[in-house]
Design a binder for this molecule. Sequence first.
Ligand code: AMP
Length: 456
Amino acid sequence: MDFTSLNLCQPLLNALDEIGYISPTPIQAQAIPDLIEGRDMLGCAQTGTGKTAAFALPILDAMAKDPWTDPRRIRALMMCPTRELAAQIHDNIEQYARHLDIRSMAMFGGVSQRPQEKILRRGVDILVATPGRLLDLISQGYVDLSHVQFLVLDEADRMLDMGFIRDIRKILAQIPKKRQSLLFSATIPRSIVELSDDMLYNPVNVSITPESTTVEAIEQSLMFVMRSDKRGLLTYIIEEESPDKVLVFSRTKHGCNRIVRQLGQDGIDALAIHGNKSQGAREKALRRFRNGTLQVLVATDVASRGIDVSDISHVINLDLPNEPEVYVHRIGRTGRAGQGGITIAFCDENEGEYLGIEKTIRQDIPVDEGHPFHSEKARSRKGNKAPKKQQNRGRGRRQPRNNKSNGGSRSKGKSNHQSNGSRSKGKSNHQSNGGRKGRRSGRGRSRKQRKHQTRY
Ligand code: AMP
């Protein structure tokens, strides 16, 4: 199938041809015909499946076939959870609409509202906004939503998780009832069903399950490692595999900063993006990551939403997420639009219970023992509940310096490192011993391992 069979107007087809989209992704093929017919839609799809074009192309098509530029009014409102995603959707729309007289803008908080006011005064057709700033500008009288014909909620589950539901409902009250509404969400919990019941009229349901799209193209692996060895393992992977573009996930903002600092000490260039970073810093990090001058980007889950970098080679879960859906979101950052990618999840002695992920994705993640930090102790905790004390603590912060974990024994020259798999490409001389005695011995460690041990 190609785009011409979807009845899109010629300027859009020309743009897609120039951008290099040859055939529609599954969600585009499923969604576009019904959306062109004017149907409401509940879409279950994660970022990376091509859903932005799935909702943007039919809306642009409808607007192009019924131009309305004098005066220019907001005809389409697209709401999403983060500034990165808003900027990304806006960028995509600009690309698709390059041969059309349609103006789009991105509106989000954390930056001065003046430039946004200026763009609004000039008039826009499509507003891509995060709910908080939008509500702010509505209340100040800068935004008029009374002509909206198309409404999109993207990553709706995230918006609800982030507590935007009241803002969303206030905004919905400003939009004409007669409109075409689309709701996209990576997961469909009860709260989304309730919202869709209120928002959508007789919707078409489309669902692109991770199993049939992204996840299939991704090579996943799981590494059991003691918590205190995680940073050593991260440096080891980056040094051994020399990946082109690595996205590292950390659960906390503080954790992101710490990883960047520690990678820097190892001579690895990394930057972090998270909610405490200024918009300028986030944009700079993303720009460098996108253009290939930054090898490692470290992100929290929230900040990672909307990172649209198509060629991420590795996604590393430094912390296992406690919600399986988050794992699916994370690994979906690589393997975009059907390309392959590698994801590695670290699992420490306190994270065994989070491997419920395997049930959600309906597959066992292959265990990779072929690294010097493999820990049978961490593996033996698979399925165990995390000890309460550990679970509630900031990662690593209050860990005593000479804790009892294997990594904590470094000052005494002990090591639990063992290697028996195939990931290391012969660069290291770590021995597989597996035995208690061997693990306690400091002998047989490479210089690289000792270097990691003293650093972390
Ligand atoms: P999205 O899920 O909308 O974030 O899209 C994921 C990535 O796939 C983006 O980099 C898009 O530019 C790209 N993409 C979307 N649709 C297509 C297509 N039909 N052909 C090739 N790439 C696409």
